[in-house]
Every structure is written in C-alpha cells, then in structure tokens.
Design a protein around this ligand. Structure first.
Ligand SMILES: Nc1nc2c(c(=O)[nH]1)N[C@H]1C(S)=C(S)[C@@H](COP(=O)(O)OP(=O)(O)OC[C@H]3O[C@@H](n4cnc5c(N)ncnc54)[C@H](O)[C@@H]3O)O[C@H]1N2
Ligand code: MOO
Length: 390
C-alpha cells in the first residue's frame, strides 16, 4: 500500500492541462479562462455623470449662484455644445458630461425656475463624474487561468468580449460495475441496490467543470466490462466504480490490465478508499474507485477533483486542509489515513460516531472530512485537527 500523497502524485502525473476552445460569452460562466483577454474599449468610454443633476464648471459651484440651462445630456444622447461660464446642462446618470463642464450638482441641491437654476443648498465636494476609462482602459487584461464567476462574466461583457477562450471540459466516462446495480427510477429486484455514487460523482465532477458521461452499468463479467471500456473511448479520464477489491467478482483490475492498462499503483493506506487503482489506458487516465458509496465519493474529493482542476489548467494543487478545534474526543487512529465524516459548527469540529463507508446518510449530514494521519494518537476536546470542507 502507498500513502495518499504518493497516490495523488501518481494520479497527477497521468493528467495535464487540456487545449482550449472559444465559447460564446453566454456559455462561459463556470468555465476556466484559458488565455488572457484584453479590453476592446475604455469603460466608461466618456466622462460620465454619476448622478441626476446639472453639469457646470467646477470653479463656479457655489451656494446661491445662478445659471442658465442651455440643454440636456441623457444616457445615450450627449449634449453636443460647450458649457460656458454662467451656463449649465441638465444631465442624467450615465450621460456624457458636456465639454466645458467638470462638475455635476445633484438636482436635490438645485431650485429651478424656467431656464434658470440656483444652487440652493451647499453642494458636496464630490464632482459626481466618472472619469473616462475609470473602470478599465483598452488593453487592460483579465488574466488566465481563472474560473469565470458571474462578476467576471459581467466584466468580460463590459469589455465587449463576445467569445471567450476557455479550457476544454475534461471528458469523463463513468463505468459502474456490479450485477446488483440498477439505475435510479428502475425497479430493483430483491438483491439489488441503486447505483448511487455514480450520480454523486457526476454531480461533483460536472460542478468542477468536467463533462461526465454515465455509461451503461457493466455486469460482473469480463465481456460486459470490456464493452464498458470500449464505450469509454474518447474520454480524457475513465473512472470505474466497484469491482476493485479482492473478491471473485472484482474484475476491474484484470480486465483493464488485459486491455492494456499501465497500472501506476493499487491500494492506498487510507480509509475509506483502500482498494483504489490508477494508471494509463489507451491515451486516457484511468482511476478504479472502490464501490462503497462513501469510499467512492471521498476518493472523488481527494483525488479526482485535483485531477480535474489540473486538466482545466488551474494547477496541480491538492485540496488544502484547514484546521479547527475538536468539540468531541477521538480514539486513536489505525495505520491508514482516515477521512472521517464530520460536522464543522462555529469553528469547532466533531466526527460522526458511525463511520462505515456504506453510509450515505452520514456523508450527506457531513460538511467536512476530518483528517487523521496514520497512527494518530487519541485526541481530546480542544485539540487542533486538520479537515477538508465538503
Ligand atoms: N477480503 C477483503 N474484502 C474487502 C476488502 C479487503 O481488503 N479484503 N476491502 C474492502 C474495502 S475497504 C472496500 S472499499 C470494498 C471495495 O470493494 P469493491 O471496489 O470491489 O466494490 P464492490 O465490491 O463492487 O462494492 C462494494 C459495495 O459498494 C456497492 N456499490 C458498488 N458500486 C456502487 C455504485 N455505483 N453505487 C452504489 N453502491 C455501489 C456494492 O453494492 C457493495 O455493497 O471492498 C471491501 N472488501
Ligand atoms: O476503504 Mo473501504 O473504502 O474502507 O470502505
């Protein structure tokens, strides 16, 4: 058995950043920017009023001064003339500030009678003008790599970037194995269960930016598994679920080997997740996950998520643990690194009593994986422990 760190090292060696593609801006949220993009315009493209009011010369702004209103500047419709001494232009938020003016007095501070206005209240010192290019200028960069969030999308739109270079989505093929499995919604026989972690993994990896295909469940025969691997052709990453252990029906290692798997490792000193395997297969990375639902999901967090981030160009970085103090004691750990399902509440953490790797109810209750190093001694309330948020 190898350590978690060594297994992660082997798995990261199987993947590298993928090539890029152009997508319409409207589809770019949640994708990873592949190359820097530069603004195609200044924003704002003119000095713009930040308020509704009257534009005038700053050196004339004084309480009780009177001005003649000579026109109007609205958003989308500038005033073409020049503001001269003693003159003002009615202006609205977002409108271009007319030539000659460099101050906007808000309308609440003005009294108006026909074409004449008086500054009735002492105006603030704020000129209420947004400078040309005050947000960004032509050529300003949004740098890659970057997971594009809604704010980034708004910024790219404002820069007039209609098509965005993003890293291609990693194509993942998910093969569930086992005679006992049926799909959600089907009628399970008395000895059957629902393929659950297949869907949990798809949700996890799609959320990270991958595109997962759920292939038909492979039965516990070499022919059925072989067909599963055939259907996975074209994937960047092939993931099998189950059939990884030592039982008579655990065929993944054998069939993958017959089909040319160059195995990097098998079995990791971790709990859950011990019978994990990884390697390279017909140009794709291959990971064989244990079938126990929590084992598969925990391995998804610890190993597959960093592989996806690496393929997306976000760097080959493992999940980074945080620390919290224990709100309940822990017994001594065994020889495998234990990822305990745990609850983090107001900075304090406690592991659930039941840690069987079949318990999806406990996993769904958990918001953290409390990490116990191999042979960690018993811990008492208040001690600092490492965890990964879920
Ligand atoms: N003699 C030993 N037995 C086992 C060992 C061992 O070292 N020696 N390791 C145990 C550990 S640890 C794990 S983890 C499991 C892993 O076994 P497999 O990867 O071969 O998984 P299966 O036997 O196919 O299934 C285990 C369990 O999970 C259910 N399963 C499988 N696929 C799915 C799915 N897609 N969705 C939901 N549930 C699934 C399956 O029905 C079984 O109940 O081996 C131990 N045994
Ligand atoms: O390692 Mo198994 O994944 O403990 O249940």
């Amino acid at each position: 058995m190898i350590t978690v760190d060594d297994a992660l090292g082997h798995l990261m060696a199987l993947v590298s950043p993928l090539d890029s593609e152009q997508v319409p801006l409207i589809e770019a949220a949640g994708r990873v920017l592949a190359t820097d993009v530069t603004a195609r315009r200044d924003q704002p493209p003119f000095a713009a009023s930040a308020m509704d009011g009257y534009a005038m010369r700053a050196d004339e702004v004084e309480q009780h001064s009177i001005f003649k209103v000579i026109g109007e500047s609205a958003a989308g419709h500038r005033f073409e003339g020049q503001v001269k001494p003693g003159q003002a232009v009615r202006i609205f938020t977002g409108a271009p500030v007319p030539a000659g003016a460099d101050f906007v007095v808000i309308q609440e501070d003005i009294s108006r009678s026909g074409d004449l206005i008086t500054i009735a209240s002492a105006p603030s010192s704020n000129a209420n003008i947004r400078a040309l290019g005050g947000d960004f200028k032509i050529g300003d960069r949004v740098t890659a790599p970057r997971l594009l969030n809604p704010s980034d999308i708004a910024l790219l739109a404002s820069m007039n970037i209609a098509n965005v270079p993003v890293t291609r989505r990693p194509q993942v093929a998910l093969i569930s194995t086992g005679d006992e499995l049926v799909m959600p919604g089907e009628n399970p026989g008395p000895d059957q269960i629902i393929a659950s972690n297949t869907f949990g993994l798809k949700a996890m990896l799609d959320q990270l930016g991958a595109h997962c295909r759920i292939l038909p469940i492979a039965r516990d025969t070499e022919a059925s598994l072989t067909m599963g691997f055939d259907l996975a052709a074209g994937a960047d990453l092939i993931i099998t679920i189950g059939g990884a252990s030592v039982g008579d029906h655990d065929l993944v290692g054998k069939v993958a080997g017959d089909l040319g798997l160059e195995r990097s490792f098998y079995k990791v000193a971790m709990r859950p997740g011990k019978p994990l395997m990884g390697g390279r297969m017909t140009g794709a990375a291959m990971v064989g996950l244990p079938g126990n639902p929590v084992s598969a999901m925990v391995c998804g967090h610890i190993f597959i998520a960093p592989m996806i981030r690496c393929m997306l160009g976000l760097g080959a970085v493992p999940c980074s643990p945080r620390t919290a103090s224990l709100s309940a004691p822990l017994p001594a750990n065994g020889p495998r690194q234990h990822y305990m399902r745990a609850k983090l509440d107001q900075g304090k953490i406690r592991a659930f009593d039941r840690q069987d790797s079949a318990l999806l109810t406990v996993l769904a209750e958990a918001n953290a994986l409390l990490i116990r190093p191999p042979n960690d001694p018993a811990r008492t309330i208040g001690e600092q422990v490492a965890y990964l948020p879920l």
